[in-house]
Design a protein around this ligand. Structure first.
Ligand code: NAP
Length: 311
């Protein structure tokens, strides 16, 4: 009989409660046994104030799920890997590329699994988009990812701080889809980052990219979108097009009792994580993070009007 993977989760915030806890509960071969949170506790699991206490209190944990903001994830991932635990990283896998590289090396040395998750890659339309693009000569790709930050990230201060990614927090989801759908490597050409006065992270950004074969790709990310929310990627050939469009209220739809699109993504990710652990393999693709890092390296920064969470 295959052994169940005993998991401990760190960072009991929005995504942990909305998606990780239910997804683990639905995954055969996975069991959540402990939660480390500075502020909250959850019925039914061992509760610890931090990762070190969790590892000391329940040394038989096999895997650690990290759901904190990216700025604090490296230290926790390193600690868990050095304790011989498999690690599941929420997206983005780190605040820098070099720290993710360092984690890959540690996981390798320890002989444990490191999984850099990209939930948007598991949405059903991604496979359809891949199938449509395969064998077609694309002429253009256009990303429009525009949402209301007050609606989706209320009170999340970390997201505006250095290493919090700002509008690239949702934007990197689009880039994870792009780099999954296209077989060709994508490079950054230029970018503009709009940063509210007094903040460290952008509220909007435009990126110009191209595939190795020269197909132009534009991306417009904006957190000031009120009204209809837009998560779209248009793939074009000379005379045909395919529109990837993601459902907006996916997380909210969970309340209706049906499996929402995002829940489907998280369940698929846990199945993948369990498989990786059983195969003794890791899965760390930094292509989306690399494009964001390049946009910050190469881009022009414009300071825009200050942003306040409450209007
Ligand atoms: P969140 O609601 O702010 O929760 C993050 C949790 O991390 C906090 O509740 C806190 O948990 C813990 N934490 C540890 N150190 C922290 C620090 N220095 N500052 C703030 N929190 C700290 O954020 P979230 O929306 O769950 O996002 C967490 C990660 O998941 C992000 O990387 C995000 O990109 C990713 N993600 C989010 C969504 C979404 O829809 N929200 C979707 C997909 C992926 P404790 O109080 O328990 O210690």
């Amino acid at each position: 009989m295959t052994q169940t993977i005993r998991m401990g989760l760190v960072g009991l915030g929005k995504i942990a409660r909305d998606e990780h806890l239910p997804a683990i509960a639905h995954t055969e071969g996975a069991e959540l046994v402990a939660v480390a949170s500075r502020n909250a506790s959850e019925e039914g699991y061992g509760h610890y104030p931090d990762l070190a206490a969790m590892l000391a209190g329940q040394p038989d944990i096999d895997a650690v799920i990290l759901c904190q903001p990216p700025q604090v994830r490296y230290e926790a991932a390193r600690e868990a890997l050095l304790a011989g635990k498999h690690v599941f990283l929420e997206k983005p896998p780190g605040a820098t590329l070099s720290e993710v590289d360092a984690l890959v090396e540690i996981a390798d040395q320890q002989g444990v699994t490191l999984y850099a998750s990209w939930h948007s890659r598991y949405s059903a339309p991604v496979e359809q988009a891949r199938a449509w693009c395969a064998g077609r000569a694309l002429t253009r790709v256009e990303i429009n990812w525009k949402e209301d930050v007050r609606r989706w990230h209320p009170g999340q201060e970390w997201i505006w701080e250095a290493g919090g990614f700002g509008v690239f927090d949702p934007g990197i989801n689009a880039l994870s889809i792009l780099t999954e759908v296209l077989d060709d490597r994508v490079r950054l050409i230029d970018a503009t980052l709009h940063i509210p006065a007094g903040r460290a992270a952008p509220i909007a950004a435009e990126m110009a990219m191209a595939t190795a074969g020269g197909v132009p790709i534009s991306a417009a990310f904006d957190w000031r979108q009120t009204g209809p929310q837009i998560w779209q990627i248009l793939f074009e050939t000379g005379d045909e097009h395919y529109l990837f469009a993601q459902g907006g209220d996916d997380a909210a739809n969970t309340a209706s009792g049906e499996e929402s699109a995002i829940s489907h993504e998280y369940r698929a990710m846990y199945r993948r994580f369990v498989d990786l652990v059983r195969m003794g393999a890791s899965d760390v693709d930094v292509a989306p993070l690399q494009l964001v890092a390049d946009a910050c390296l190469r881009g022009t920064t414009c300071i825009t009007e200050p942003f306040e969470d409450m209007e």
